[in-house]
Design a protein around this ligand. Structure first.
Ligand code: 0O2
Length: 210
């Protein structure tokens, strides 16, 4: 019988530490006064019922969860523009506090569902009272538009148990195309937007300093 509290503890540590580190990247961009490639970060440890469901679906024995389920610890980085994603990927590749074990590019190769996102599976060392433990974590990097689509699709997926009625399926495909188009249009005017945002944040700093 798996002791879930004990099993999940290193994942909780990993998620908390990584969240602080990723938010630190955002703060450093802000301090430099340059456009932040990170808009916001979210993090979670997969809920136990979801772990059990996914394990059943993928035929993963509970004793193999540690090596075979890569997203028990999950972090999500949201960006404004598509080119921010490659910037973040490069930044993460340069770090030496974890090892990247796999990268999945669902942006160049979107999933059949219409899902787009960049995934990085990392091996992150946490310090426990019994010494170092390496845990797998998944970092998903996506634009705000990709995130909007994925969040909605995920809720509907849950509602329909993965089998969408035809009209919903059709709308979701169209919405995926619209999200792609939105990213493309925003990318084309990104310099304008960044300039405007830099102007407003500089103005805010001046105002805050009185
Ligand atoms: P949750 O609830 O977000 O945790 P694979 O590599 O294909 O063997 P795996 O482990 O599913 O299998 O990896 P994959 O495909 O990279 O997916 C991992 C996570 O990406 C999913 O976790 C989702 O968060 C997200 N994802 C992947 N495909 C889709 C999709 O079509 N729609 C949405 N909305 N999200 C997707 P979970 O465990 O499915 O869910």
């Amino acid at each position: 019988m798996l002791d879930w509290e004990e099993f999940l503890e290193p994942y909780k540590l990993a998620v908390e530490e990584l969240k602080v580190k990723l938010k630190g990247i955002r703060r450093q961009f802000d301090l430099e006064g340059t456009h932040s490639a990170i808009e916001f970060v979210t993090a979670r440890v997969k809920p136990i019922p979801s772990i059990i469901d996914k394990a059943k679906l993928r035929n993963i024995a509970l004793e193999n969860l540690e090596t075979e389920m890569q997203d028990i610890a999950g972090l999500r980085i949201m960006c404004q523009f598509v080119d921010d994603i490659s910037k973040i990927v490069r930044l993460l590749r340069m770090r030496n506090d974890f090892k990247i074990v796999e990268e999945k590019d669902y942006i160049s190769h979107k999933k059949a569902s219409g899902y787009r996102s960049y995934h990085m599976i990392i091996e992150y060392p946490v310090q426990t009272i019994h010494g170092e433990r390496k845990v797998l974590a998944e970092i998903q990097i996506r634009t705000l538009a990709m995130n909007f689509w994925a969040t909605i699709e995920h809720s509907l997926n849950y509602k329909y148990n993965g089998v969408f009625p035809e009209d919903i399926q059709f709308r979701l495909q169209r919405a995926a195309e619209a999200a792609f188009l939105l990213d493309e249009e925003m990318y084309l005017i990104r310099e304008e937007i960044r300039e405007a945002q830099a102007y407003f944040s500089a103005k805010k700093i001046t105002k805050d300093r009185g």
